[in-house]
Ligand binder design. Structure first.
Ligand code: S3P
Length: 446
């Protein structure tokens, strides 16, 4: 048995033991729905008029958090499944004051995007919270611009951390120059701007994922994008949103684990089907190509406004590279698994301009370095990135996910190419974005 899940008293260990004669990975993989698009489809469906259907929704814990919150505010959302979820929206501005605390769980996207809607729901009172990780993640990045629009939000440490309390208000549109390239900040303000007086414009220093822009337009919002300046403008109170039929593509951030796994495990070839290849998300493909990976896009198509393709990846020799600048927001969630690829490349890989990783579900720079170094990696933590020496031999050992889904899965892929047994504690975290990760891994190992 190469892969084994073991329940402990409070958590789940994933134990990976590649046989001494080695393994390779083969077959085709169906990845779960895109997390970012799933959240947005649930939210816009809830505030639109009429019926929305969603096919291919991610059934991870994060979208369940979003659905639970919007049900508490009056949206009728069928049981979540990946065949067809249906939502009876309650119309823009009609979210009800919930009787209890809205709980976003582990999901920064749920909390930050929802905050834009709550803050703009006049005269209603809301309280929001999340798990230990989410309650330690910065909320001032959305609370401050919302306050400039006239929002009233209270929270711990000068309104910087959840739990937060919100008194909805009629907001005023602003032009916000965001200091960070963050789709969560941009989307929060766009959602607030839907009901604000006048126009709301967000300019970001580099382009972050644009799923909100695409989906808001599809639902009928009056929205314009200026690619020259990385700005997006929404016109407030310009009419209702209309329910849509959404097909969610597979998540490239989940595909990333298989792309790297096949690229580093000798003799492997995988076909990853139905992957969202929106250009604001494909930094991982560009970097792996730069490193010399053999990845081919097949069957390219457009599915409800999002580009989609199948990705074929074969094992090949990798070389180190430098990753920095405007590409960072386009691969922000893939940095831990790129660090795994870099350990198996020739030469050094440096990652810079990625300080945002310190405020994700864990401090991903610190945790990636510490957990992979336990296995024998040579990774130096930089203030805003990582320096990874390639060509090392990894040895299995005890590691920890720090309850971060992407760390749990990155460690599992590193373990496939290590000598001996690796144990990943708190591996159940993977279910946040990839509930079938372990069964898929079992299926492709040969
Ligand atoms: C997301 C945006 C990114 C990303 C997160 C999902 C989104 O966060 O890391 O996993 O759906 O908008 P930031 O906007 O904080 O960079």
């Amino acid at each position: 048995m190469v892969v084994l899940l073991k329940n402990t008293s409070s958590h789940q260990d994933l134990i990976v033991t590649p046989p001494t004669e080695g393994i390779s990975l083969h077959g085709s993989v169906k990845i779960p729905g895109d997390k970012s698009i799933s959240h947005r489809a649930l939210m816009l469906g809830s505030i639109a008029q009429g019926k929305t259907t969603i096919q291919g929704l991610l059934l991870g814990e994060d979208p369940h958090s979003t659905a639970a919150c919007f049900r508490m505010m009056g949206a009728t959302i069928s049981e979540l499944n990946d065949t067809e979820v249906s939502i009876e929206g309650i119309g823009l501005g009609n979210l009800r004051e919930p009787k209890g605390v809205l709980n976003a769980g582990n999901s920064g996207t749920t909390l930050r995007l929802m905050l834009g809607l709550l803050a703009s729901h006049g005269d209603r009172f809301f309280t929001v919270t999340g798990d230990d990780s989410l309650r330690s993640r910065p909320m001032s990045r959305v609370v401050k611009p919302l306050a400039q629009m006239g929002a009233t939000i209270w929270g711990r440490e000068d309104n910087a951390f959840a739990p937060l309390a919100i008194r909805g208000r009629q907001l005023q549109g602003i032009h916000y120059h965001s200091p960070i390239a963050s789709a969560q900040v941009k989307s929060c303000l766009l959602l607030a701007g839907l009901s604000a007086q006048g126009k709301t414009t967000i300019t970001e220093p580099a382009l972050s994922r644009d799923h909100s822009e695409r989906m808001l337009k599809a639902f009928g919002a009056e929205l314009s994008v200026d690619r020259e300046t990385n700005s997006v403008t929404v016109v407030g109170r310009s009419g209702s949103l209309q329910g849509q039929n959404i097909i969610v593509p597979g998540d490239i951030s989940s595909a990333a684990f298989w792309l790297v796994a096949a690229a580093i495990v000798p003799g492997s070839e995988l076909l990853i089907e139905n992957v969202g290849v929106n250009p604001t998300r494909t930094g991982i493909l560009e970097v792996l190509a730069m490193m010399g990976a053999d990845i081919v896009q097949e069957n390219e198509r457009l599915v409800t406004g999002e580009p989609v393709a199948d990705l074929r990846v074969r094992y090949g020799k990798l070389k180190g590279c430098a990753i920095a600048g405007d590409i960072i927001p386009r691969l922000i969630d893939e940095i831990p698994i790129l660090a795994v690829a870099a350990m198996f490349a020739e030469g050094t890989t440096t990652i810079k301009d990625a300080a945002e990783l310190r405020v994700k579900e864990s401090d991903r720079l610190a945790v990636t370095a510490s957990e992979l170094n336990r296995m024998g990696a040579k990774i130096t933590e930089l203030p805003d990135g990582l320096e990874i020496t390639g060509g090392v031999t990894l040895t299995g050992c005890e590691t920890d996910s720090y309850t971060d889904h992407r760390i749990a899965m990155s460690l599992a892929i590193a373990a496939l190419a290590a000598k001996g047994t690796t144990t990943i504690h708190r591996a159940e975290a993977a279910a946040v974005s990839y509930p079938n990760f372990v069964s898929t891994l079992e299926k492709i190992i040969q």
